[in-house]
Each structure stands twice: as C-alpha cells, then as structure tokens.
Design a binder for this molecule. Structure first.
Ligand code: PGA
Length: 255
C-alpha cells in the first residue's frame, strides 16, 4: 500500500504574508483529509512563518532546494540542518528548472539527497526528459541515467525514505500534460529500475509522483494508474480552489 502524496511546488511565488494567508486557508479546507499526504513547498523566506501555521496540522512543509554542506563559506545557500531547525520535513531536489537554469547535475542531486537524509528530511527527487529527448526516443535512457546517478550509493533503507517525481520537462508549465499512459509507462520503468537496484520489496514501497500541468480535471486519472502515487503540482498549487480540488479529487483512489 502506497499512500498518495500531493505536493505543491510554489516556485518563485508568494511573499510571507501571502503564504501565511494561503496555508491558513488550506489548513481550514483540508483538515479532514487523511487519505492523502499533503505538502506545500514555499520559497525559503516564507518557510518559518508557514511552519508556525502548519504545526501539528495534516499539511507537511517542504523546501524547494537544499545545499549539501551543513555550514561554511557558501554564500547564498541554505543547509539541511537549517531547514530542519524551522520545522521543514521535505525538500524538492533536482527539479528540472534547477537543472536547466542553475547548473544542477545528477552528481549535485546525489549529494543533496545524501545531506537531506542525513538530517531527516524527506527528499523529493525529480527526474524527467526534455521534448527533444522524447522526440529522439531517448526518454528511457535519460531517465535511467538520472535515476542511476542521482540515487547512486544509497541503501535500500535509504531509498525507501525518498519520494521520486517524474516530471517530463515538456509538460511543466505548458498546459500539456503527459497522457496517463505516457506517464504510467515511465513510472513503471522507474519502478523496474528500483527493482533492479534494490529488489521488489523496496521498489514496491517507494512513492513516485507525476508532475507537469496537473489540474483538478486530470489528477484522478493520473493517480489511478498503477505506478503513479501522487503529484508534484506547480501552477495549480498557487490557487486555493485548484489545489484543494486536486487533493480532494484523489482522496478515494486506492493504490
Ligand atoms: P506545473 O509544474 O504543474 O506548473 O506544470 C510542475 C512542477 O514544475 O513541479
């Protein structure tokens, strides 16, 4: 049994005050939800305030990135113990926008995942192919390399503590969702990779989210696929109505 997990990736949006308003509303509207794990990932500057609002609620808190060193001369970075200190529980690592615009590589992703686990944060590790790679029939090669390198050196026990997210780059923020079959095909491929790396028992417990233009209208069909265990939601997580609906629309999906 894998519990569905819906995470909102707010990206570079919302000031602290806007974030406080939003999570206060979410808490009210989603307080009866137990069937789905819910997470919001605000910008660093809003995390501490959101943490206070969400304390002892059913909504988890995630950061959008983390550095692998604990402290030192690394101007501009934020470390895992610092996130942990203010009540953060999850961290998105290797999002395609970080890979595309900020030089994130599989090697840096691996180091960040290691640091997150060391300090008890749950990493949400993102992989996904570009349109060019998909059109060149390279999707599976790209995903395999990203998974093998980003997840290199972790034990089965550590892998079970992670969440993976498959986010086809061509579907992010474009309104172009992968069909549920296209998504399921890659999710199944990722799970088979995990089987090869760590055996069936481990692979069957790891949750794999889909990301890329998820909306209230498509969440149910996506999460009804055998290997799709939730979603990482960008644009639609910024609006009260759509995020609440996304969570509610998959509450009765059984995995
Ligand atoms: P989107 O973004 O839902 O706006 O496509 C998803 C993501 O980047 O995590």
């Amino acid at each position: 049994m894998r519990k569905i997990i819906i995470a909102g990736n707010w990206k570079l949006n919302k000031t602290s005050l806007e974030a406080i308003d939003f999570v206060t509303m979410l808490k009210r509207q989603l307080d009866d939800v137990t069937a789905v794990d819910i997470v919001v990932c605000p910008v660093f500057t809003a995390l501490a305030d959101c943490s206070e609002v969400l304390e002892s609620s059913n909504i988890g808190l995630g950061a959008q990135d983390v550095y692998w060193e604990d402290s030192g001369a690394f101007t501009g970075e934020v470390s895992a113990p610092m996130l942990k200190d203010i009540g953060v529980q999850y961290v998105i690592i290797g999002h395609s926008e970080r890979r595309q615009f900020f030089g994130e590589t599989n090697t840096s992703v691996q180091k960040k995942v290691k640091a997150a686990l060391k300090h008890g944060l749950i990493p949400i590790v993102c992989v996904g192919e570009t349109l060019q790679e998909r059109e060149a029939n390279r999707t599976f090669d790209v995903i395999k390399k990203q998974c093998e390198e980003s997840l290199a050196g972790f034990s089965a026990e550590e892998i079970q503590k992670m969440i993976l997210a498959y986010e086809p780059v061509w579907a992010i923020g474009t309104g172009k969702t992968a069909t549920s079959q296209q998504a399921q095909e890659v999710h199944q491929f990722i799970r088979q990779l995990l089987v090869k790396m760590h055996g069936k028992d481990t692979a069957s417990t790891v949750r794999i989210q889909y990301g890329g233009s998820v909306k209230p209208e498509n969440i149910k069909e996506l999460t009804s696929q055998e290997d799709i265990d939730g979603a990482l939601v960008g644009g639609a997580s910024l609006k009260e109505d759509s995020f609440v609906k996304i969570v509610k629309n998959c509450c009765d999906v059984q995995k």
